[in-house]
Ligand binder design. Structure first.
Ligand code: PMP
Length: 432
């Protein structure tokens, strides 16, 4: 058994003063049983908890630690920026460099606005789409998560799905009525919604590769189909690339699948671990944002100099490496083929979905292509698997409905440990 004494003590204390003891719900481990581990530090591929246990990290802060933890380049950039103060609330050269770099890497982005989280990015993007089109309704896909903005907490994935509350109290009926829902990977359902709401839909927002109901790839032609439909109907197509941006390719899922969005939302990775988000896209749409246009959106800490320094270091590194994404994907391919081998050895037929460096093992034998098929997973079994993996020094996302994120810091030793841990954990489950 893991020694978790100090984590347990901290959790006890935390529950008195923080709702549920955590600052973001999934961290509470409710979906997997047991109590959360409190982390003390991390380096490269490893997380270290308050009791001194070490884990291979397969979440990497839900994506941003793509180079592994405490990467020298990012750390040094922050150290260099620190003496110049932490915030000005005034424009800086770094923000200009950051905008130029993002625009050079993501072809569909012609102008970009920095914010402080993925949630802010998506909330701002739909306000902008509404302001630009003069329409009120948006289409969101079942099981996709776009942060905790009111309009998105309807059939939401990630923590909302994990906690069994995909619709949150506190979201007004009026707001909910403006969010139309369709299943993922189903073009026909969207065609139907659009024809029933002719001229009323401002935006269609989706994760181009879903990560918040586990990892689900768009089926061939799906993103292209959405693109044509939005063009035909004057709907703003928003790709929420908070997870996929700068992860699936330099230009994100858009580059990987060859489809351009009108607006793109970014987060996590673009701060290198600091709290940063951004939204950007077509110049004519972005010019609607205040102060060049009428759609208001602002932020005291937006473009924060330390966050920009960290983000610049991260994105420049990704931009400058020639084979980075091939190498990262090769690590993920190896993990997935090891896992398939393990499943085969144990006679298990669970589903594995993978897109580049994102993957999920679903405890179901069905193909997982949308929210309904994701929900066929045996989440109790997943919980036991999760706990076995922890015991063996592997930190997975504490929910079936989350993707895993591979980092470039995983080496041969970690890959072997991962394979052995998967084998032992799945074997133990099978015995039980
Ligand atoms: N969009 C997507 C696709 C996400 O995965 C998330 C967070 N997991 C968000 C938006 C919200 O980002 P944040 O948690 O930084 O507000």
């Amino acid at each position: 058994m893991l020694n978790q004494n100090r984590s347990n003590q901290l959790f006890e204390r935390a529950q008195n003063f923080i709702p549920g003891g955590v600052n973001s719900p999934v961290r509470a481990f409710r979906a997997v049983g047991g109590k959360p581990l409190f982390m003390q530090k991390a380096k490269g591929a490893y997380l270290y908890d308050e009791d001194g246990n070490r884990y291979i990290d397969m979440i990497n802060s839900w994506g941003p630690m793509i180079l592994g933890h405490a990467h020298e380049g990012v750390q040094q950039a922050i150290a260099r920026a620190l003496p110049d103060s932490l915030s000005f609330g005034a424009p800086t050269a770094r923000e200009v460099e950051m905008a130029e770099l993002i625009i050079s890497m993501v072809p569909s982005i012609e102008k970009v606005r920095m914010v402080n989280s993925g949630t802010e990015a998506t909330m701002s993007a739909i306000r902008l789409a509404r302001g630009f089109t003069g329409r009120d309704k948006i289409i969101k896909l079942e099981g996709c998560y776009h942060g905790h903005g009111d309009s998105f907490l309807i059939a939401a994935g990630s923590g909302a799905l994990t906690m069994g509350t995909p619709d949150s109290p506190g979201v007004t009926r009026g707001t909910a009525l403006d969010t139309l829902i369709a299943p993922y990977n189903n073009l026909q359902a969207i065609e139907q919604l659009v024809s029933e709401n002719k001229g009323a839909i401002a935006a269609l927002i989706l994760e181009p590769v879903a990560g918040n109901m586990g990892c689900i790839a768009p089926q061939p032609g799906y993103l292209q189909g959405l693109r044509s439909l939005c063009d035909r109907e004057g709907i703003v197509l928003i790709f929420d690339e908070v997870m996929t941006g700068f992860r699936l390719a330099k230009g994100g899922a858009q580059e990987r699948f060859g489809v351009q969005a009108d607006l793109t939302t970014l987060g996590k990775i673009i701060g290198g671990g600091m709290p940063v988000g951004a939204y950007g896209g077509r110049r004519d749409i972005m010019d609607f944002v205040s102060p060049s246009g009428p759609v208001y959106q602002a932020g005291t800490l937006s473009g924060n100099p330390i966050a920009m320094a960290a983000g610049m270091a991260m994105l420049s590194y990704l931009n400058e490496q020639t084979d980075f994404y091939q190498q990262l994907d090769a690590i993920a391919n190896r993990i997935v083929s090891d896992l398939k081998e393990v499943l085969q050895q144990l006679g298990l037929r669970y589903t594995i979905n993978q897109v580049g460096s994102m993957y999920s093992l679903f405890f179901t034998e069905q193909n997982v292509i949308d929210y309904d098929t994701a929900k066929t997973s045996d989440t109790e079994r997943f919980g036991r698997y999760f706990r076995h993996m922890l015991e063996q020094g592997v930190y997975l996302a504490p929910s079936q409905y989350e993707t895993l994120f591979v980092s470039a810091a995983l080496g041969e030793q970690e890959l072997q440990q991962l394979k052995t841990a998967s084998y032992e954990s799945l074997k133990a489950l099978n015995r039980a």
